[in-house]
Design a binder for this molecule. Sequence first.
Ligand code: ZN
Length: 181
Amino acid sequence: MAIQPIRIFGDPVLRATAKPVTTFDKELRTLVRDLTDTMLEAPGAGLAAPQVGISLRVFTYHVDGVTGHLINPDLSLTEEEQDGPEGCLSLPGLRFDTKRAYGVVARGVNMYGDPVTVEGTQLLARCIQHETDHLDGIIFIDRLDRERRKAAMKEIRETDWGGGPAPVVRISPHSTFGSAR
Ligand code: ZN
């Protein structure tokens, strides 16, 4: 089990288009395991590989007690929409109402390269759309209409991470007696 640090809004890896997975090896299975562990630990409903700094088309989800992963997803969306609160582990503590398709059929492969289809509505559909967006460098606030996005950007600027990578603060458990190492 390896919990990975989650990249924060402002990190360029979140804006890159992730590459399709072509090699289904042990390294990929480790990535899926790390994504799953990191997502469950956070906790979050989903986590995409770019959020841990890996620009590959892989994400995990944990919705209604079901945990899974999908690789190289291709989505079919319903015309019917839903509107409701959405959040992102890369924008900690913030939630904004976001319009999404009500239902989705996501085709892709699992970590062994076998074809899989994940079908869902409501929260699962929202999660799959959100995570697939991450693979295209899209962050959910991009999906907001103008007024909502303006309000969201204001809230982001008011966070302590201010829309950029949070500063890393290391506190030594031991006294350094004035000689920081
Ligand atoms: Zn996200």
